[in-house]
Design a protein around this ligand. Structure first.
Ligand code: KG4
Ligand code: ZN
Length: 373
């Protein structure tokens, strides 16, 4: 069912496409009718994710096609191969998810796609398909900020954090601490000055010959590691401030690796020490940010938030601090269509959408997003 408001805004949207070239048109009236169903598309990197989110019934269906086997043979993501595979996989995945959600085109009130940050070619596939579907179905489209999707992903769970809260976003491309006052009301408190946390896991795994993606590979190798055989620095924890730097940690690993014969046990020992250092660094910065901001709730999201040691250590710290910690379920820590469908739903329901002229934003600062209200 398309609600009256959605039809209205779809019409406005079509009109707007010819009259306006601004990428985002905020401030349409709030819908009277809360019934709304949104198709979400994620193609910012190496996962093709699709989901349908319904305002009343929640997540109806979600599926992910991972390109890991394609990129694993190169030891990292090859952007051209990523874009090409999104082209092959996206529409079949949309069909499968629509069927699973028992939804036809007429049931969809809006299409959300990841507009950035990410790989330009990969983003353009999602943008082109998302907007073409929206145009064909006569509904509005919205370009979602990928990191906002991660940030709001715990809202898909039954135990969801109330605003305001502190957020630690840790993915393959970003590491940032944000003061979250509401949807679209974010203040960046600290971020990585060089490598992202996930990138450090990936690069270290590559150095150790553990393959790609590095996070799960390091975590698994580390289980056989002997504590205390190696010690790596906790970068930037001695100085005040909430920024991160992970390239020094990677260099410390390079220096150790150069003097070693990389047998299975040594690899496990190095993976163990690296994971301890990376996790410790993230926990120390969160503890500091909680103390400085006075927040009682902490959200940890993005691919690295799937890490079990991180969750254990964060729980210990939070208990001592009297803080509640919220995560997305493990499959929604890494990239997925559900977080994009949900974030898109929030923004579409608030009357925001994009016009027909489209682009992609490989770089996009999260604190430049418009407030929801
Ligand atoms: O959020 P995500 O899927 O993609 C980006 O937005 O970048 O995050 C991917 C990153 C990769 O660097 C991967 O190695 C890391 O998350 N990752 C992990 C774990 N699972 C995924 N890092 C540590 N431990 C894990 N269990
Ligand atoms: Zn991501």
């Amino acid at each position: 069912m398309i609600s009256g408001h959605a039809r209205e805004s779809a019409r406005f949207y079509r009109l707007g496409t010819f009259l306006y070239t601004r990428p985002l048109r905020p401030a349409l009236p709030r819908p009277q009718n809360t019934a709304m169903r949104v198709l979400g598309i994620e193609t910012s990197c190496d996962d093709t994710g699709v989901a349908v989110y319904d305002a009343v019934r929640g997540l109806l269906a979600h599926r992910l096609y991972s390109q890991t086997p394609i990129h694993a043979q190169y030891g990292g993501i090859v952007p051209e191969l990523a874009s090409r595979d999104h082209v092959h996989k996206l529409l079949p995945l949309v069909r499968a998810v629509m069927t699973e959600a028992q939804s036809s085109a007429a049931d969809i009130n809006g299409v959300a796609y990841t507009a950035g940050p990410g790989l330009a070619g990969a983003l353009l596939v999602g943008a082109a398909v998302g907007r073409a579907l929206a145009y064909a179905w006569g509904v509005p489209a919205i370009g979602v900020h990928h990191m906002e999707g991660h940030l709001l992903s715990p809202m898909l769970e039954s135990e969801r954090p109330a605003f305001p809260f502190l957020a630690l976003l840790v993915s393959g491309g970003h590491t940032l601490l944000a003061d979250v006052r509401g949807v679209g009301d974010y203040g960046v408190l600290g971020e990585s000055l060089d490598d992202a946390a996930g990138e450090a896991f990936d690069k270290t795994a590559k150095l150790l010959g553990l393959g790609y993606p590095g996070g799960p590979a390091i975590a698994s190798a580390a289980t056989g590691g002997r504590p205390g055989r190696f010690t790596f620095p906790r970068p930037m924890t001695e100085k005040p401030g909430l920024d991160f730097s992970f390239s020094g940690l990677k260099t410390a690993v390079v220096n150790v690796v150069e003097g070693q014969k990389l047998g299975r046990q040594v690899v496990a020992d190095i993976a163990h020490a690296f994971q301890e250092a990376a996790v410790d660094t993230l926990v120390i910065k969160c503890r500091r940010a909680l103390a400085q901001s006075g927040h009682q709730r902490l959200v940890v999201a993005g691919g690295v938030s799937a890490n079990r040691l991180l969750r254990e250590r964060m729980a210990e710290m939070a208990r001592a601090h009297g803080t509640e910690v919220y995560y997305p379920r493990p499959e929604f820590c890494t990239d997925n269509g559900a977080m994009i469908a949900y974030t898109g739903y929030l923004r579409l329901a608030a009357g925001q959408h994009v016009d027909l002229a489209f682009g992609a934003q490989p770089r996009w600062e999260i604190d430049t997003l418009p407030r929801l209200n």
